[in-house]
Each structure stands twice: as C-alpha cells, then as structure tokens.
Design a protein around this ligand. Structure first.
Ligand code: FMN
Ligand code: SF4
Length: 672
C-alpha cells in the first residue's frame, strides 16, 4: 500500500508539518539527573528527525523540576537554566526539516521523585484507600525489583499528599505558562499539555482521583477547569499563534473512571480555550499489571483509533491518534477521516527511518517492533530507553554506523539473528561479508519463534530481506568447522552459532513424549486450530519461549501446564510485556506453576515438587522442553585453541535471545 495521506503535509495551528507522522511523547530518561538535555538525547532525537518524522514530541518534561517528576533522569523545563539545552535540541532537529514539541507534565500523585525526597505529592484531593495492587505486578526478576526499589522505603522518603488550594492551583497554572514561554524562547515549535495517564492534570479530570467539592471538582466542567485555566493562561500570554494542545485519555479502562463522553467534552472545552489539536490516548487502572498494555503503551493494535474518531466528530481542530498502528492502518485511518495525524512510538524506537522508508515506497525495509517491551520497561526500572530490536536506540551518541577506514573480508558463522545483524552492520560499514549457515534457511531458532507470533515473523522477514538487499553473500547448507574457517583466510571471523536447548538431565528425559525446542519445527508448521484437542501438554520452562509454545498448544485445543523453576515467567521480556503475556496465558486457560522443581518423566507424566514442597505428577501426552538454554562456545573455543582471532556474539556467548543478539552484534561490528 502506498501512503499518500500519511505522507501529505499538514498543519497544527500555525505550524506546518511535512507529513502526518509524529513521534509519540515517550519519557526517555536520557536527561541529566537534574533533567537537563544531554548530547545523547539530542542524538536520539536527531536520528528520528533525520528519519523523516514531521514532529517529535519530547515525552514528560517536568514544569516544576525538581518537584513533580516521576523518574530520576526525566527531562525538565523548571526554570530558565533549562532553555539553552532545549535550544540546542531544537536547532539540531530543525536541521533535518522536522519540528519538535515538548510534552509538559507535573506527575502529580505519580511523582515518585517527590516521595523519595519527602516532598509533598500535589493532588486535587486526598486519595481514597490505595487500590489493591495486582499480584502479577510483583512478578519481577531480582534485578528489576532491586532497580525499581520501593520509593517509600528509601531512607528519608515519605508519602505526603498535599491537597491543592486555590493558591497552589494558580501557582501551577503559572508554572505551565512559564514552561511554554521558555519552550518558545528556546525555539521549540509547540507544546503538548499532558492531561492523561494519571498525572496532575488528569488527576483533576478523573473522578477516581478528584473528590473536590469546590469549582474544581464534581461535574466534568469543574474537573476540566484546571486544564482549561492552564490553556487560557497560556493563550493569554503567548497569543494565538504558538501551537499548544493537550493529550487526553479517551477514557479509563479496568476502573470506573473517565468515559469517552468525558473525553469528547474535554476536547470541546479545550478547543474553546484555544487548543490547536487534541491527542487521544487511553488510561487504565494503574494497579493492574495489564493496565499499561491495555491502555498507554497498548498491546492491542489500533486500540485508541475509535476513541480518537469519536472525539474528532466533536471538534474542528486536528485529532492526533496513536496506539500500535501499522503504516497501512494509519493510512486507512487518515483516509477514513478518523484522525488528522498519527503518532508512533515504538515503531520509531525500532526504526527511526520509518517515514523516509515509506516515502521511498519501501515499507518492507522498515525494521518491525517485536512487542518485547524493553523500551517502556526500562522507564519502570528507572533506567534509560532502549529497544530489543534496535541496539542503536538509547546509544545514538556512542554507537554510530560509520564507514570503516579499511574494508575487510569478514566471515560470519551462523545465520540466526546475531549472525544476520552482524552481516547487516558489516555491509553498512563497507565490509565484504560472507555469512555461512549450516541449515537450509536463515533464522536459526528464531524460525521457530516466528511460527509462534506474528511480530516475530515480521522481524524474521525483515532480516531475510536485509540480507538480500545488502547483497550479502549468504551460503546456506554450509557447515564451517575449525579447518574450513582457518583455511578460508578471512580478515575477521565472527562466530554466531547460537546456544543449546538440550533435554534436561532427569530420569525419563529420553521418553518418546519429550521434545526439545529444536524438534518442534514440523509440529509448529503443521498444526490446526483443533489438532491437539483432548491432549495434555506439559512444558518445562516458562520464559518467553515456553509461554509462546504453550499458547500455540492451547490455541490448538490442548490442556496446557507450564512448570517454571523460578517465580518469574517470561523473564526475558521487559516487565510490562511479561505482565501482558502471563495474563494472556492464564486467561487462555494455561496453568502456570512457578517454583516448580521437576524430578523426572514417569509413565503417568511429569513428576515434580511444587513451591510448598508437595510431590505432584502432571499427566502428559507431550512434554516440551523450553527451558535450560545455555551458551555453546564450543566452536569459538576450538578456534581459540588454534590461536585464531575471532569475535563471538549472540547466544553462543551468553543466552540473550534477539535482544542479546542485537546488542552483541552491534558491540562487535561497530569496532571492526
Ligand atoms: C518508552 C515509552 C515511554 C513512554 N512515555 C510516555 C510519556 O512520557 N508520555 C506519554 O504521554 N506517553 C508515553 N508513552 C506512551 C506513548 O506515547 C504511546 O501512547 C504508546 O507507546 C502507544 O503508541 P505506539 O504503539 O506507537 O508505541 C510511552 C511509551 C513508551 C513505549
Ligand atoms: S523494546 Fe520491544 S516493544 Fe519497545 S520498541 Fe523495541 S521491539 Fe518494540
């Protein structure tokens, strides 16, 4: 599909835009600890400006810094000292023909940094009893739990709520106005008020957090008063021409809160108060693990589209839609008049060049997001943004794909994600690359992953396409051992032969019912919706592969149980994604058993001990070994024993799956 609507120029207020693709506001935690713009941040935004997006919206810029922030390296614009940094960022973005806006925020009841510093949390009204936290949200690896910490338990921390008085409200309105003035002075093209996602303005808008009895609480018009006063004060100060709009929730889900009708009415009021556009997202009960993938960074394709379309029927200003929209869906949404602009987040983390690639008529060259959720989970663990499929994201300053001074002949052994990424980067750097793969197709074990989930299949197709487009000399069905590698005489050798997924060393492991991941190719390729009906599957290992295969078996009608030795399923996913995948598995009827110690395979099935020490036997017609993956450095070690200089990447060094493959390939290939 061509994308004429998506690529057509547009306008928000006085601001002209070269196309309809905006980069979503995404807190990136790349600022300094004081919230000042860093070179890394500028390079990160420059990459997206160069890639062709019309407007980049910097996510969650604190208007009252150091107060009112939720993350340690969140961006800020709390006083004039922030202006030079924003000017540098704006200048760099402008060099590439893009525009830049700041999403202005006070994080309200979610201002974690205020808890840590024992400063009051600004709220419209004192909260009810805290919402019951979903136990699923406690499913964290020890590292994540450590990094997230419990802010209230930091020494000296305190949760103090400050119900805002009229004076506080007036001060806060002024803070937003000053922030806009500073942004304008810095050459920032526009500002978006963050009026969604449970932050301060939204705390006023939502009946779940606003219980005031004065003119700022009660009916929708009252709850919207704070937002409208901010908009009117901004307009009074900067005049009609400076583009300002707000991002609102199209509703709240999993909780009885804001409705779509509320959103439509807020949009009407915002338009009347001078907003130049409205950006329609969604919010969900924040105490639910799936809340973040239900709304906010939705897992559901096109989740917010109809919400934006409903708002659009009520206003004359442009509507910005968002939420897991592919370029084709985005094009259709614009053609159908459901929105005027489409904001994209994760797609531009995965591939900053998406807009240019569409403009070049080459959508197949866009690197797809695999919905792994490293990006947003990094923010949860108070670290900076990264991407599982793009090792440059978050590292733009230090990892640059530049032409090598000497073009070398490079041999890459192994055609899985690590090998393919190494080959791709090698060619981009001007090297001549030969990629040898023992199997009859590219992808390694990722071929199996691709059979379990569409985003994986898209990523595999992209990899294969890149090999062809890069003119890489790929040799399938070619097994290179030590001698052939030595004899071939390449300048550099990259070993990417993957890890091992062996049978566990337990009695009965060679039972005919047992299959390892490597033995599942035909099963994955042949199944139908009911092909496993009436059969019982037990999966050993509940990381992402285990959950994905369990989902396939369940979808084919099997009764499925997953035994995992730790208490964390889908541990290799970012935590937000894990909560989604675990929830979905449970919802589909898969039994997840954490803390399970497997002892052996017996005639009746799998013998194991549960977390309470009780002996159990799970009946099983099929037993899939999905855990116990380990690195396999055998070829690399054999070469080193012959004093051959080499670089080992991917699972053969340490099991890191696609994400590890991308990271290690980049680390090596950018130095050769
Ligand atoms: C890493 C990350 C950080 C985010 N931070 C913010 C934020 O600061 N403000 C905001 O309004 N939304 C934030 N979001 C939500 C996105 O703006 C967007 O609504 C969401 O990712 C859905 O769009 P997508 O499917 O194109 O990624 C964030 C999302 C991600 C992935
Ligand atoms: S980390 Fe995962 S979800 Fe986020 S942009 Fe990258 S591939 Fe997509």
């Amino acid at each position: 599909m061509n994308h004429p609507n998506l690529l057509a120029p547009g306008r928000i207020g006085s601001m002209t835009l070269r196309n309809r693709i905006l980069m979503c506001p995404m807190g990136d935690n790349q600022a300094t600890s004081g919230g000042y713009v860093t070179d890394q941040q500028i390079d990160y935004f420059e990459a997206r400006a160069r890639g062709g997006a019309a407007l980049l919206i910097v996510g969650s810029v604190g208007v009252t810094a150091p107060d009112g922030l939720s993350s340690p390296r969140q961006s800020a614009i709390g006083d004039d000292s922030y202006t030079p940094g924003w000017r540098r960022l704006a200048d760099r973005v402008h060099e590439h023909g893009a525009r830049v806006a700041l999403q202005l925020v006070h994080n309200g009841k979610n201002a974690v940094e205020d808890i840590i510093a024992a400063r009051p949390l600004w709220v419209p009204s004192l909260p009810d009893e805290p919402l019951q936290a979903d136990p699923l949200m406690g499913m964290l690896t020890p590292e994540e739990a450590n990094e997230m910490g419990t802010p209230a338990q930091v020494k000296g921390a305190a949760v103090i709520f400050q119900e805002m008085t009229h004076e506080h409200i007036a001060d806060m309105v002024a803070a937003y106005v000053e922030a806009v003035v500073r942004a304008q002075e810095a050459g920032i093209d526009a500002c978006e008020l963050h009026a969604g996602h449970g932050y301060l303005i939204d705390n006023f808008l939502s009946p779940t957090t606003n219980h005031r009895r004065d003119e700022y609480g009660g009916c929708l018009e009252n709850r919207a008063r704070f937002l409208i006063e901010i908009l009117e004060a901004i307009r009074a100060r900067v005049g009609p021409d400076y583009p300002v709009w707000c991002r609102i929730n199209g509703g709240e889900v999993l909780i009885d809160g804001e409705t779509l009708e509320d959103a439509c009415r807020v949009a009407e009021l915002a338009e009347a108060a001078g907003a130049d556009a409205v950006h329609v997202s969604l919010y969900a009960n924040p105490s639910m693990g799936i809340g973040f993938t239900e709304a906010h960074a939705t897992h559901i394709p096109g989740r917010f589209l109809e919400l934006g379309a409903a708002v659009k029927k009520r206003v004359g200003i442009p509507v910005i839609t968002v939420g897991r929209l592919s370029p084709d869906e985005a094009e259709r949404a614009l053609a159908d008049g459901k929105a005027d602009f489409v904001a994209m987040g994760r797609k531009l983390l995965a591939d900053p060049d998406l807009p240019n690639k569409l403009a070049a008529g080459a959508p197949e060259t866009v690197r797809p997001c695999m919905y792994h959720y490293r990006c947003i989970s990094q923010i949860f663990v108070r670290s900076n943004v990264r991407c599982a499929v793009n090792a440059m994201t978050g590292f733009e300053s230090t990892r640059k794909i530049e032409r090598a001074s000497v073009s070398k002949r490079i041999l890459v052994v192994g055609g899985g994600p690590a090998g393919m990424e190494a080959a791709r980067l090698g060619v981009l750097r001007g090297h001549q690359v030969v990629l040898v793969e023992a199997g009859s197709r590219l992808g390694g074990r990722f071929v199996l992953a691709a059979a379990t989930a569409e985003p994986n299949a898209e990523l595999l197709a992209w990899f294969e396409g890149e090999m062809a487009r890069g003119g890489i000399d790929v040799r399938l069905d070619t097994r290179f051992g030590v001698e052939s590698i030595v004899d071939a005489g390449f300048d550099e050798i990259v070993i990417a032969t993957g890890g091992r997924w062996d049978r566990p060393e337990i009695p009965g492991a060679d039972d005919a019912r047992v299959a390892t991941v490597d033995e599942l190719g035909a099963w994955l390729a042949e199944g139908r919706s009911d092909s496993e009906a009436g059969r019982t599957f037990v999966l050993l290992g509940g990381d992402r592969a285990g959950l994905a295969l369990a989902t396939v078996a369940r979808a084919r009608g099997a009764d499925v149980e997953v035994l995992e030795s730790t208490e964390v399923f889908a541990a290799s996913n970012g935590l937000v994604g894990r909560w989604r995948y675990v929830h979905d598995a449970r919802e589909s009827g898969i039994r997840l058993q954490g803390g399970a110690r497997v002892h052996g395979i017996v005639e009746e099935g799998v013998r194991w001990t549960d977390r309470d020490g009780a002996e159990r036997v799970s009946p099983a017609d099929r037993i899939l070994v999905c855990g116990g993956a380990r690195s396999d450095p055998s070829l690399a070690e054999a070469l080193r024993a012959r004093d051959v200089k080499l670089h080992a990447i991917g699972d053969c060094v340490a099991v890191g799956l696609v994400e590890g493959a991308m990271q290690t390939a980049a680390e090596v290939m950018l130095t050769l």
